[in-house]
Design a protein around this ligand. Structure first.
Ligand SMILES: N=c1c2ncn([C@@H]3O[C@H](COP(=O)(O)OP(=O)(O)OP(=O)(O)O)[C@@H](O)[C@H]3O)c2ncn1[C@@H]1O[C@H](COP(=O)(O)O)[C@@H](O)[C@H]1O
Length: 110
């Protein structure tokens, strides 16, 4: 999993210098942050619609494909902002073993 993210992130970084005529990722960078955010929002909506459908049909294919689209466009967003995907993985690692309920309670106690 981390390997795939690593490989994809390296490709996304390289595509910043690529020709928008021959690369979808270069095209997104060329169009700018607003276009990238539009795609993230669009893919998030498509993911939740696919999840609702999957809950009814029991078929996971569409929700898997839409989640991949969402993760991919989120990685493009991070790359555009020069934020490493590794920082997100580190944040998830930091949270390992920290109960979401405990974390929420510690916030409201502050
Ligand atoms: N993982 C992906 C990936 N997932 C989804 N997509 C593209 O994301 C787009 C999703 O947009 P939509 O489904 O909304 O389709 P659309 O209607 O064509 O999009 P818009 O016109 O609305 O922008 C499609 O064009 C998909 O092909 C991806 N494009 C690229 N990658 C990875 O990025 C690498 C670099 O891609 P290029 O920059 O194109 O070489 C590839 O080798 C892949 O590893």
């Amino acid at each position: 999993m981390a390997d795939i993210l690593q490989q994809l992130a390296a490709t996304l970084e390289a595509r910043k210098q690529a020709d928008p005529g021959s690369s979808y990722v270069a095209q997104l960078h060329h169009k700018g942050l607003n276009k990238i955010l539009e795609k993230v929002g669009e893919e998030a909506t498509e993911t939740l619609l696919a999840a609702k459908d999957a809950a009814i049909s029991g078929k996971p294919d569409e929700v898997i494909a839409e989640t991949a689209d969402l993760w991919f466009h989120s990685l493009v967003m991070l790359s555009h902002l020069n934020i490493s995907h590794q920082d997100v993985l580190n944040e998830l690692a930091r949270r390992m073993g920290l109960s979401g309920l405990e974390e929420k309670a510690s916030r409201s106690a502050q």
